[in-house]
Design a protein around this ligand. Structure first.
Ligand code: MG
Ligand code: MG
Length: 256
């Protein structure tokens, strides 16, 4: 595979396979979303993920990755990412729940995340989800050849901070392809004193803002995985895998 500044450049065939992996992820996320309601345990969603992966003969990308024990990252309210599904965690009216899911299809990875409302949520929770989803799309608009990687970061950061919300620093987006995490890292803020790579057609990027109502400081729970906001304020997470093309950004993690 060709490389530019350490970043793999994918051809149309490879982008097609990454698209297929991400289509599967998107359909699974659709199904998870349809099942979000008060009274459901978060393990129910893990079971759906595993069943669909089996049926479609794809491998869940996260299971075993760095020792992560589940197919699905399921993060409720103050949990930002990497939450464990659990039989004992029952969704309550007013919760928000973030699902982050990945699969491997023919050697290529899909990775996408969405946050859902459980029943009726507070106006603040709704605003947080809306701003996070919109910030992702505003970031994606910058993913065009000739722009700099940090144009994506700056667009997300300024949009989110304009609403007084926080942008998590500890976790960032990433290149993706035949590996789940490839270069470059894609911060959702502009790192001081650093220069991003110029964007080129063929780069495939997983862009994933994590946004908080309060401080962006993170704490990791005793399970060594679950990342929560230090102030225990709400957090939302949206992620798409996209390809940089000469025709502009192409979102690969859509259902059709
Ligand atoms: Mg993800
Ligand atoms: Mg990711």
């Amino acid at each position: 595979m060709k490389k530019f500044r350490g970043v793999f450049l994918k051809n149309e065939k490879e982008i097609g396979l990454i698209r297929e992996a991400n289509r599967i992820v998107s359909r699974i996320l659709d199904e998870l979303g349809e099942n979000v309601k008060p009274g459901v345990s978060t393990m129910f969603f893990e079971d759906i993920c595993q069943a669909r992966c089996k049926e479609l003969n794809v491998r869940p990308a996260f299971m075993g990755y760095g020792g992560f024990p589940y197919a699905l990252c399921c993060s409720v309210n103050e949990e930002i990412v990497h939450g464990f599904p659990s039989k004992d965690r029952i969704l309550q009216e007013g919760d928000i729940v973030s699902f982050d899911m990945g699969v491997v299809y023919k050697g290529f990875y899909g990775d996408s995340a969405r946050t859902f409302a459980v029943g009726q949520v507070s106006p603040e929770a709704q605003k947080l989800m809306d701003v996070t989803r919109e910030s992702l799309h505003i970031g994606i608009e910058q993913a065009v050849p000739g722009n700099n990687l940090y144009d994506i970061s700056a667009a997300i950061q300024s949009y989110v901070e304009g609403f007084g919300f926080g942008i998590v620093r500890r976790f960032v987006g990433h290149g993706i392809g035949s590996h789940l995490h490839e270069k470059p890292e894609i911060p959702n803020f502009v790192p001081k004193g650093m220069t991003g790579v110029p964007l080129k057609a063929g780069m495939v990027l997983a862009i994933e803002p994590m946004v908080t109502v309060g401080s962006y400081e993170v704490e990791i729970l005793d399970d060594k995985w679950t990342a929560v906001t230090k102030d225990r304020g709400l957090s939302a997470h949206f992620e798409h895998t996209i390809a940089v093309t000469s025709d502009g950004p192409r979102i690969l993690s859509l259902s059709d």
